[in-house]
Design a protein. Structure first.
Length: 184
């Protein structure tokens, strides 16, 4: 497992590096764009791959880097715990296969999972994706439902781990959020 900083300060850099080699950029929303195409475009510029696809130099979507099938990196949030960006392909067992598009849009925009847990700031929904319009959040959800399902279980979140976080991680603002329950 690599460890990467979940500093919100790092997010703009993540986003700037988000334009992967296989991501398409259809440009602005126009009448001819389907929701799936719009969603693909939004995912390509919103940093989703930086966290939800394993890192590497191979093209996104190759066998080494299946599209959005979960990370190999841990994000440590001081006081909250350790989070591995999960598989967000439509696999029923290990991804979002059992979620509706409305539920996916709620997770992206409001940090709300179907089980009621609010996602930690390791997933930057509050500073970033809460600004999506509902239509765009649903377009992202439609795209996520359209991509190949990949069976890949990422580790569940772990509780607070205050022992060895380097000082720079302490720049992540603390939130009054409960730690994740056992078993996600
Ligand atoms: C900075 C890293 C990061 C970025 C960028 C990011 N995510 Fe996440 N995402 C996470 C982490 C970590 C979690 C799990 C957080 C938790 O369990 O509290 C998560 C959770 C999710 C979930 C809920 C899945 C589940 O099983 O609970 C969805 C859906 C999701 N992200 C979609 C997206 C989309 C779509 C984008 C781009 C628009 C995106 N994420 C960008 C890190 C990230």
């Amino acid at each position: 497992m690599f460890r990467i900083a979940a500093s919100l300060l790092a997010v703009p850099a993540l986003i700037l590096s988000a334009c992967g080699p296989t991501t398409s950029s259809e440009g602005q929303s126009d009448a001819s764009q389907t929701p799936v195409e719009r969603g693909q475009y939004l995912v390509s510029i919103s940093g989703c791959h930086d966290c939800h696809t394993v890192r590497g130099t191979e093209p996104i979507g190759s066998a080494a880097r299946p599209n959005l099938a979960g990370s190999d990196s841990e994000l440590h949030i001081k006081g909250l715990g350790v989070f591995v960006p999960p598989n967000i392909t439509p696999d029923r067992e290990t991804g979002l296969g059992g979620w509706t598009e409305e539920q996916i849009a709620d997770a992206i925009q409001k940090g709300l999972r179907p089980d009621g847990r609010i996602l930690s700031p390791a997933m930057p929904w509050e500073p970033l994706y809460s600004h999506f319009t509902r239509e765009d959040a649903l377009a992202v959800a439609a795209y996520l439902k359209s991509i190949p399902a990949v069976h890949n279980r990422t580790p569940d979140p772990r509780g607070p781990d205050d022992t060895d976080d380097p000082a720079f991680l302490k720049t992540v603002p603390r939130r009054d959020l409960p730690p994740p329950p056992d078993g996600k």
